[in-house]
Write a protein of this length. Structure first.
Length: 226
């Protein structure tokens, strides 16, 4: 009755191409950030973290030797990027960003091999089984991280980013180190313990920048909570 005699103005909805352009624009920063983190981790893959040698004092079995590299230490930053993207845009766009980043990295590696920049993939990058295991473990961990964040987002705000980073890190460590082709020796338990400490530390420390950026990176409508 209140609208009697008043012409309603139809609300125009964004068209397909407009929505596509908006989605692509939103993907740029997350995709670039993910590729950057993975690129830095790759470049530092052979640089041992000598500072971790003090763990021998706690227990000689925790000797990290040369397997704990700065590349492995930097790698959990992937979960920090995913958490911020999930907070802002939700799980669907975050999964898309992760998928596109893998496509770009795979395309870049394929191009480098084709152009002769990488003469032999197995020797200059990684043996094929190890590379496949790494990609599979990290992709699984990213999926676990995104789904955990989406499930846990809410109040208190720190619960989703903390648990998503922690469980994602544990998933990567378990999937990569406990694969069938990996050696199941006495050092496996020590490696899992050290990596668990690494991912717990990352999950805890990343709450500081996450808390500082909460006012800047706010969830879009429909993605309340964390």
């Amino acid at each position: 009755m209140l609208d009697s005699g008043v012409d309603r103005i139809p609300v125009s909805r964004p068209g397909f191409f407009s929505r596509l352009a908006t989605t692509l624009a939103r993907l740029v920063v997350p995709v670039v950030a993910l590729c950057l983190v993975l690129g830095v981790a790759f470049l530092l893959r052979d640089v041992p973290m000598q500072e971790a040698r003090h763990l021998i004092v706690i227990d000689p079995r925790l000797d990290t030797g040369d397997w704990l590299t700065w590349g492995l230490v930097v790698l959990p930053a992937v979960f920090f990027v995913l958490n911020l993207t999930s907070r802002r845009y939700g799980a669907a766009l975050t999964l898309t960003a992760a998928f596109i980043s893998w496509l770009l990295i795979g395309g870049a590696v394929g191009w480098a091999v084709h152009e002769g920049i990488v003469a032999d993939f197995a020797t200059e990058i990684a043996p094929y089984p190890e590379a496949a295991a790494l990609v599979g473990a990290l992709a699984t961990a990213q999926l676990v991280n995104i789904l955990t964040f989406d499930w846990m987002r809410g109040i208190p705000w720190w619960k989703a980013p903390f648990l998503a980073a922690l469980i994602g890190g544990f998933a990567f460590s378990a999937a990569f180190n406990m694969r069938p082709t990996a050696p199941w020796d006495d050092g496996l338990a020590a490696r899992l313990i050290v990596e668990s400490g690494l991912y717990f530390s990352w999950a805890l420390l990343q709450l500081l920048p996450t808390g500082m950026m909460r006012r800047t990176i706010r969830p879009l409508p429909g993605f309340g909570g964390a």
